[in-house]
Design a binder for this molecule. Structure first.
Ligand code: UD1
Ligand code: CA
Length: 452
C-alpha cells in the first residue's frame, strides 16, 4: 500500500519555533512514531507532506524510505493529500495518517485496511462523549454517507457522537479522481479530505469504517498539555507491559522509557528512573531510584544504587555501582566491579573484582583484576591538547589522592603511596611514592595577634 502522512500544519498552540511533528514523545519525534508505525505495514510508498517550519522536518527525519513533499500554502487536508499524488502507486490503496497522532497501533490500522480491501473507502471512527471540534460521521440506514466538519455542521449533525479520527484508506486511482473535484466552498475555505466520502458514495464506491482498540490511539497533539498527557498514556502502557512480564516496577507512574528496555527475570526498578536508547537489564539486576541509564547493558545481579548516570556502558555481572556514580561512554566493567560514590569513569575497561569506591576520575584507562583505587585518585589523561592512556595492572593498589599522569603504567602488584604524582611507570610489586619527606619544625610557634 501507499502511506501518506500529513504533517504540514503549524501547531500554533505549541507556542514553539519547532514544527509540531518534531516535538518529542518518549524521546522520539511525533512524526517518527507515525513513520515507524507505518513501516510495520511494509508500505511500498511512504510520503510525508510537510510545510510549516521550512526544511526542518525533512532534515530531522531524512531516511531512504521516506519521500518528502512540500505543501505551501496549506489549504486543507484534501489539498495536502493532493500534493502526494505524484508519488503514489495506483495499483495499491492509500492510507492517510496524521503526523501529530502518534499512538495508533498497527493492529487497528490492519483492521481498517482489511475493512477497505482493494476497492472500498474506509474511515477510522470513534464514539466520543464530547465530539466537539471533530468532523462528524453522518450515516443513513447505518451506511456512512458523508463527513461534516464541526464548523459546517447543523445542530442535529453536531449532536452526532461518532467522529472522524482523520485516518482513512482509499483506492488510489479513485482518490485521484475525487481529490480533483474538491472545492473549498465551506466554512473554513479549505479543501477537505473528508469530502471524498460523499464523492465515493456518488461514485457507487462502498464506504466502510473501523474502530481502534483504544481511543488513545487516535488522540492528536495540539498543545504541550496534550503532549504531556499522551506521554503519560504512552509510559503507562510501557510500564504495564513490563509489570505484566514480571519486572518489579516500584511505581508505574514514576517511570520513563525513551527507547527500548529489555529486562530479564527478577529485575527491579525503583522510582524516577529514566531509560534512553537501548538498555538491557539482565536477570536479577536492580536499579535503585533516580537513575538515568542510556544505551547500556546491566548484567546479571548487578546493583545500581540511587542517583547514577550511565551512558554507553557495560556493567558486569554482580557489580555494585553508586550511589552517585557517573559512567560515561566507553565504560566496560567486568564482573564484580565496585564503583562507588562520586566516581566518574570514561572510556575505560575494568577487569573483575576491582574497586574504586570513592571520589575518583578514571578516564582513558585499562584496569586489571583485583585493583584497588583509593579515594581521590585521578587519571590525568589530558594535557590540554591530547588524550593519553593509563594502564593499571592486576593486583595494583593505588593510594588515596594519587594523580597518574598519562601515558603511564602501574605494574602488576605495584603499590602507590598516598598522594603520589606518578609521571613515570611504577614497577611491579614495589612501593612507589612521590612525596616530599615529612618533617617537623622544632621550636616553631604559632603567630599571635598583633595588638595595635
Ligand atoms: C481534521 C478532519 C476532521 C477530523 C480531525 C481529527 C478534515 C477536513 N477534517 O480536522 O474531520 O475529525 O482532523 O483530528 O480533514 N494538515 C496538513 N495540511 C493542511 C491542513 C492540515 O498537512 O493544509 C495536517 C495537519 O498538520 C494535521 C492534520 O492534517 O496533522 C489534520 O489537520 P487539522 O487542521 O488538525 O484538522 P482538523 O481541522 O482538526
Ligand atoms: Ca487537529
Amino acid at each position: 500500500m501507499n502511506v501518506v502522512i500529513l504533517a504540514a500544519g503549524m501547531g500554533k498552540r505549541m507556542h514553539s519555533a519547532l514544527p509540531k511533528v518534531l516535538h518529542l514523545l518518549a524521546g522520539k519525534a511525533l512524526l517518527a512514531h507515525v513513520a515507524d508505525t507505518a513501516r510495520t505495514l511494509a508500505p511500498n510508498r511512504l510520503v510525508v507532506v510537510y510545510g510549516h517550519g521550512g526544511e526542518a522536518v525533512p532534515q530531522a527525519m531524512a531516511a531512504p524510505d521516506l519521500v518528502f513533499v512540500k505543501q505551501e500554502p496549506q489549504l486543507g487536508t484534501g489539498h495536502a493529500v493532493t500534493q502526494a499524488l505524484p508519488f503514489l502507486d495506483d495499483s495499491a490503496p492509500t492510507l492517510v495518517l496524521y503526523g501529530d497522532v502518534p499512538l495508533t497501533a498497527t493492529a487497528s490500522l490492519r483492521r481498517l485496511l482489511d475493512s477497505a480491501g482493494n476497492d472500498k473507502l474506509s474511515v477510522m471512527t470513534v464514539g466520543l462523549d464530547d465530539p466537539s471540534g471533530y468532523g462528524r460521521i453522518v450515516r443513513e440506514n447505518g451506511k456512512l454517507v458523508r463527513i461534516v466538519e464541526q464548523k459546517d455542521a447543523s445542530e442535529s449533525e453536531k449532536a452526532i457522537r461518532e467522529v472522524n479520527t482523520g485516518i482513512m484508506v482509499a483506492p488510489t486511482a479513485k482518490l485521484r479522481q475525487w481529490l480533483a473535484t474538491l472545492s473549498n466552498d465551506n466554512a473554513q475555505g479549505e479543501y477537505y479530505l473528508t469530502d471524498i466520502v460523499a464523492r465515493a458514495v456518488a461514485d457507487g464506491v462502498a464506504v466502510a469504517s473501523a474502530q481502534p482498540d483504544d481511543v488513545a490511539e487516535t488522540l492528536g497533539v495540539n498543545s504541550k498539555t496534550q503532549l504531556a498527557q499522551l506521554e503519560r498514556l504512552y509510559q503507562a502502557k510501557r510500564a504495564a507491559a513490563l509489570l505484566e512480564q514480571g519486572v518489579a516496577l516500584a511505581d508505574p507512574a514514576r517511570f520513563d522509557v525513551r527507547g527500548e528496555l529489555v529486562c530479564g527475570k527478577d529485575v527491579s526498578i525503583d522510582v524516577n528512573c529514566v531509560f534512553e536508547g537501548k538498555v538491557v537489564i539482565e536477570d536479577g539486576a536492580s536499579i535503585a531510584s533516580h537513575c538515568v541509564i542510556k544505551n547500556a547493558v546491566i548484567a546479571r545481579s548487578a546493583q545500581i544504587k540511587p542517583f547514577c548516570h550511565i551512558e554507553d556502558a557495560v556493567i558486569g555481572a554482580g557489580s555494585l555501582i553508586g550511589p552517585y556514580a557517573r559512567l560515561r561512554p566507553g565504560t566496560q566493567l567486568a564482573e564484580d566491579v565496585h564503583i562507588g560514590n562520586f566516581v566518574e569513569v570514561k572510556n575505560a575497561r575494568v577487569a573483575p573484582h576491582s574497586k574504586a569506591n570513592h571520589l575518583a576520575y578514571i578516564g582513558d584507562a585499562t584496569i586489571g583484576s583485583r585493583v584497588n583505587i583509593g579515594a581521590g585518585t585521578i587519571t590525568c589523561n589530558y594535557d590540554g591538547v591530547n588524550k593519553f592512556h593509563t594502564v593499571i595492572e592486576d593486583d595494583a593498589f593505588i593510594g588515596s589522592d594519587s594523580q597518574l599522569v598519562a601515558p603511564v603504567t602501574v605494574g602488576k602488584g605495584a603499590t602507590l603511596g598516598a598522594g603520589t604524582t606518578l609521571t613515570k611507570n611504577a614497577p611491579p610489586d614495589k612501593l612507589t611514592i612521590s612525596r616530599t619527606k615529612q618533617m617537623t619544625i622544632e621550636n616553631w610557634q604559632r603567630p599571635v595577634k598583633v595588638k595595635k
